[in-house]
Design a protein around this ligand. Structure first.
Ligand SMILES: C[S@@+](CC[C@H](N)C(=O)[O-])C[C@H]1O[C@@H](n2cnc3c(N)ncnc32)[C@H](O)[C@@H]1O
Length: 278
């Protein structure tokens, strides 16, 4: 994949330097109807703040895998870590090159294919773990880390499978399988933090936005076409129905109740043993 258009769309609309769900300290106090883009950006900064609290004191060098557009890397660099970043995405590379002017070492590759020229104290996978197959992903982390180095993962995982066609059952790893693969690859689980409650307000806000702006806007466009251009509407319906159905299904991904049924959001801190299994 040279360019992920969905991530590009998030970057260009939310206009924060982060591409993750954000973190809400007091999720019960959040009113999704009252949230604006600045609140989302603040929640995203809080997310990397909370995640960085898990980083052990002995860590100096970090490889940020699936770095997005560099928000996490900038945050960590500002706190004194020596950071390098990695992503297979051309658009993200361009944004990072422009923002950091060559001062942030960037590796454009899939993590699975990365051949490190040095070793790192910690590999960070902030919402990129779901994109990387566990076995080659843990093998790559093993190649990149010094003995006793750390792998910090934050992402959503599948906890329940009813064999339905829910989109929540795709694009994420099974939680127990992931932990088993980590152990097989020589990683010890030091910490597991369930932060599901703290990311849900972002989904609720996205749902409120779709219900408030997207549905009424599409109703209005349909109404106008029906009145003024019925032939165009018929043609579009014929062309676009299956696309529309697919997009409707994807909207289930922002349904917080469905998320709670199928997924959990976790912070995992793993430590590589002295003798990694290859
Ligand atoms: C949801 S974004 C998260 C970005 C960033 N870590 C953050 O927290 O803002 C997922 C990231 O994983 C990257 N990615 C996708 N497949 C990858 C792979 N095979 N190896 C490394 N990164 C990958 C995407 O390009 C993107 O940078």
């Amino acid at each position: 994949m040279a360019l992920d258009h969905v991530l590009k769309w998030y970057a260009e609309t939310i206009r924060s330097p982060y591409l993750h769900y954000g973190y809400w300290d007091e999720p019960d106090q959040v009113d999704p109807e009252a949230i604006g883009l600045a609140d989302i950006a603040r929640a995203q900064e809080r997310y990397i703040t909370r995640l960085a609290e898990v980083i052990p004191d002995s860590v100096h060098s970090i490889l940020d895998v699936g770095c997005g557009i560099g928000g996490n890397a900038a945050f960590l660099r500002d706190r004194g870590y020596a950071v390098e970043v990695l992503s297979p995405d051309k658009y993200q590379e361009e944004v990072i090159m422009e923002r950091f002017q060559q001062r942030l070492p960037f590796h454009r590759t899939r993590f699975e294919d990365f051949v490190p020229a040095r070793s790192y104290d910690l590999v960070l996978e902030s919402e990129s773990a779901a994109y990387i197959k566990p076995k080659p992903g843990f093998a790559a982390a093993g190649r990149c880390l010094r003995p006793g180095g750390y792998l910090l993962v934050s992402d959503y995982f599948i906890i329940y499978d009813d064999q339905s066609d829910s989109p929540h059952l795709r694009g994420a790893h099974r939680l127990e399988t992931y932990k088993r693969e980590a152990e097989t690859a020589g990683f010890k689980l030091l910490e597991e933090r369930d932060v599901t409650a703290h990311i849900l307000p972002t989904l609720k806000t996205a749902t409120a936005f779709v219900e408030r702006f997207i549905y009424p806007t599409s109703d209005y466009i349909l109404y106008t076409l029906r009145r003024k251009h019925p032939r165009i509407l018929a043609g579009l319906r014929w062309l676009g129905q299956s696309l529309w159905d697919r997009k409707q299904k994807q909207l289930q991904l922002i349904d917080s109740e469905a998320f709670l049924t199928y997924r959990r959001y976790k912070f995992f801190l793993f430590q590589l043993g002295d003798k990694p299994v290859t």
